[in-house]
Design a protein around this ligand. Sequence first.
Ligand code: B12
Length: 444
Amino acid sequence: MKKLLLISPLASNSLLGGDFYFRLPTLGLLKVAALTPPDWEVKIIDEKVEPLDLNQEADLVGITAMTPAVNRAYEIADSFKQRGIKIKVVMGGMHVSKLPDEALKHCDSVVIGEAEGLWQTVLEDFNKDELKTIYRHTAFPPLASMPLPDWNLYRNKRYLPVHFVETTRGCPHDCEFCSVTNSFGGKFRNRPVDEVEREIQNLEPFEGKFTLKNVVFFVDDNIISNKTYAKEFLRRIIPYNLKWLGQTSVNIVKDDEILDLCRKSGCMGLLIGFESLSHDNLSKMGKGFNKPQDYFDVIKKVHDYGIGINGSFVFGFDHDDEGVFERTVEFTIKAKLEIGYFSILTPYPGTGLYEKLNSEARIIDRNWSRYNTNNVVFKPKGMSPEKLLYGYYDALKLFHSYSSIYKRLWGTTSKWNFFLPMNFGFRQTIKKTVRHGLAGSSGV
Ligand code: B12
């Protein structure tokens, strides 16, 4: 039987890297594995949770990578290629899809975009010894009839006990800094509800010592992208007694029925992209539908449904000055956000932001390992790179101080027993990352 080895490399210095609270499964590789015919023996190694033996046997190696992990991915690809021409290496994922020529210096083939509709051809070509350098779609593939991911491939790995499920791909908003629209397209593509329901029905509770069961993270960038679909889907999942987390926009509060269905179907928390408290920043990044003056009401309304919020904020936009860190943290504490997800603005290849900063000659660091949103890789407008870096770490520390955790979680209507350990987990990771980040960032 031919051996397929799929690898997810570890971005070692990433805040959301290998730490306990971020040991989350890599859905992309499960999808690639599911598309592989049964005459292949498939194994997945995720460096977040296990070591990779570079000497193991494989006929074909498939590597995924987000930008901050791509240097490690190239190292791994080089290492397999050095073992001889018999092992072929294929790379996929968002970074190499944007920069296939860069990747081809390290691997035999690049799959640009989604594996569905291409992976089968890659394997057929491999069998004929006719692997091409580039595989790409002529149109975004439909999301119907996806084979079910086989979670047994992740059995006994040291992941947190959470299943990842997707219902949608694509996003029409095309925010300047985001990789989603330029990767998955500007239209929401929904999977048939029956198929998502079947996938959920087939999820097995995690074995072992964890008490959390039926925890699902919906990886969709906006769980309410298509409201009619979302309502139908949420109704369908009510009987499965899930405890789920997902991502959405501020617009969720415009629809009480959706919020009610979220609550009834077991939604514990939603990541909401607030991004900035500045109108100017929001309209420049293409997210003018976010109205900072409404943020308190948005948060209160979601809380009223017993749902916690992971509020996402980005620092370093052109209208940010040195006061942005304090203003933002003050807001998040007042608004009682259960989780705060702070990032330094980062120009990922393929985004409008990358094009803009590149054309303005403002990119100062091209080492992809530092494109992890914990480093400054460009020249900000309203402050020095140093101020941005230190301000960001100060904001993280302040947000995760004991007094802030107490003020934010005390009296909350959401599932505080879920968010309290998460805050402590983040606190630990941040302490480590601050030490590592301040010592290791050469961008400033
Ligand atoms: C869940 C998630 C996470 C999780 C888990 C990630 C994981 N291991 O899968 C966590 C929270 C840990 C995380 C962390 C980070 N994330 Co994240 N994350 C996501 C999210 C929301 C969903 C990922 C997902 O499962 N997608 C669905 C799967 C099916 O898609 P996929 O992985 O792209 O795979 C498909 C294709 O790309 C392709 N493919 C992928 N790999 C391969 C390999 C081969 C061989 C082949 C043939 C095909 C192939 O086929 C797959 C099926 O079609 C995406 C947004 C999104 N919509 O994708 C952001 C996203 C991927 N993350 C992003 C970022 C920036 C980060 C962080 C840097 C953020 C931070 N502030 O620290 C860190 C980096 C951590 C690290 N280790 O490097 C960016 C990536 C940008 C880029 N150019 O790389 C995204 C796109 C968000 C965005 N809006 O821009 N993330």
